[in-house]
Design a protein around this ligand. Structure first.
Ligand code: PXG
Length: 462
């Protein structure tokens, strides 16, 4: 059996992995032993593998390691808490200092009006909590028929039964009998793929107004809430046209429904603001959080809610919901240490005033590559749309969606860069502490991967 103190060779670990470990979102028949990278260490923006490669992590893990790797303060805070009180629950009239301190801190940092916090361990369970809160709120307000959640196609809200239903990933719905009832999906504000001949502003309005049409069609007396990521992440870093969010906010103000911002990726500095809602002037009734809340050092997620939602839910007496690990003291202590780093080092402010503008300028250069139809950034999110005839300005896609993206992702990895492919879009979300010369290295390696990909595509076409 593998001992963590004395690692065997890469090949032995790969084989042991395939024998006993089932990976998330993975076709195991297509997973050869050679494909598996064993990641053994990390520091700053780099991860290290068992063969000694140092790989620039352009994804911050899975969009989460905002403060970068190797922050011993977070480990020390967790260790202190482990020694003091490793576990206690918050169910039966009990609480503990870490969950109190974290809630107080979030009250200050989150968007205006978000004043109460309920915790879990992930983005998925946070969004399950969102559904239960929204439906219970309306029951508490005397409108129990308002149960329908409106979301968007190609949204990602998690992988549990309820959160995957809320998400709009057709390939996920195709397995296991999803979605659950009373979830309705409208179109996404993805101009590059779906905007046709409309200009982006007009398209953004049209997609926002699908919410109004859906409320009319379903009936306002049936709709509980609209949920959306400020910028879709896993769907392919889809930055909506500027017209989109103001129109969504108008509709939610005029209609008697709740607005939920899924801040799991956009929260905690990703866009150069504490939350994506701050960037887009969204006034949410609830926010879902995870990932950057602890920079991924320990699992923790949560939902922030307004006093109105809190009071509405409280009308029902006991809210019959919670997890063994809601507000876990060690995770909460790690989250506090992580938020302290973000504050003390002025990381969010630095992303806004320095890192995001530098990233925007350097990443834009990738737009000149013959394989790239569009290079987009917002804060420290980046995305390249790969298309066959970028030079002509056409947004036409490759046939066999995902093949070229997958190739490009593999070429990135071979050049010691992690970028993720979403269909034929390459997405990027580096740790917020990335330095200027590391941004240069990221862009250089991405360019090289694009060159290799273009050569392979040309070879296939020849
Ligand atoms: N909401 C959003 C916006 C997310 O991005 C979740 C909820 C669910 O969080 P948990 O902690 O339950 O995973 C997410 C997660 C990818 C990828 O490949 C993205 C996520 C998770 C796994 C993979 O882009 N986002």
């Amino acid at each position: 059996m593998l001992s963590l103190g004395n690692l065997p060779t890469t090949d032995v670990m790969r084989e042991a992995d395939l024998n006993s470990h089932m990976h998330p979102f993975t076709d195991h028949d297509a997973l050869g032993t050679d494909d598996l990278r064993v990641i053994t260490s990390a520091s700053g923006v780099f991860i290290g593998d068992s063969d000694g490669n140092q790989i620039l992590d352009g994804m911050a893990g899975l969009w989460c390691v905002n403060v970068g790797y190797g922050r011993s303060e977070i480990g020390e805070a967790a260790a202190r808490q482990m020694a003091q009180l490793p576990y206690y629950n918050t169910f039966f009239k009990t609480t503990h200092p870490p969950v109190i301190a974290l809630s107080e801190k979030l009250r200050v940092l989150t968007p205006d009006g978000i004043n109460k916090f309920m915790f879990g361990t992930s983005g998925s369970d946070s969004n399950d909590t969102v559904i239960r809160l929204a439906r219970t709120y309306w029951a508490g307000r005397g409108k129990p028929s308002k149960t329908v959640m409106i979301s968007r196609h190609n949204a990602y809200h998690g992988s549990s039964m309820a959160s995957a239903s809320l998400g709009g990933m057709a390939f996920m719905h195709a397995q296991g009998g999803l979605p659950i009832p009373d979830v309705h999906h409208i179109g996404q504000p993805y101009w590059f793929d779906e905007g046709g001949d409309m200009d982006p502003a007009e398209f953004g309005l049209m997609r926002a107004r699908e919410l109004e049409a859906a409320i009319d069609q379903i009936g306002e007396d049936r709709v509980a809430a609209f949920i959306a990521e400020p910028i879709q992440g896993a769907g392919g870093v889809i930055v909506p046209p500027e017209t989109y969010w103001p129109e969504i906010q108008r509709i939610c103000d005029e209609r008697d429904i709740l607005l939920v911002a899924d801040e799991v990726i956009c929260g905690f500095g990703r866009l150069g603001t504490w939350f994506g809602s701050d960037h887009f002037n969204i006034r949410p009734d609830m926010i879902a959080m995870a990932k950057g809340l602890s920079s991924g050092y320990l699992p923790i997620g949560g939902v922030g809610l307004t006093d109105d939602v809190y009071e509405g839910v409280s009308q029902m007496g006991e809210f019959a919901h919670g997890y063994t690990y809601s507000g876990h003291p060690v995770s909460a202590a790690a989250a506090i240490a992580n938020l302290d780093i973000l504050e003390r080092e002025g990381i969010v402010e630095r992303v806004r005033s320095h890192t995001a503008p530098v990233f925007a300028e350097k990443f834009a250069a990738l737009g000149d590559h013959p394989l790239v139809g569009e290079a987009v950034t917002c804060g420290l999110l980046g995305k390249l749309e790969l298309v066959p005839d970028a030079k002509s300005g056409s947004r036409r896609r490759f046939e066999n969606s995902g093949t070229v993206g997958g190739l490009c992702r593999d070429n990135c990895f071979a050049n010691n860069l992690v970028m993720r492919a979403v269909r034929d879009s390459m997405v990027c979300s580096p740790p917020l502490i990335i330095k200027d010369d590391e941004i240069d290295a990221l862009v250089e390696r991405a360019w090289k991967a694009l060159d290799l990909t273009a050569a392979a595509v040309a070879g296939q076409m020849a």
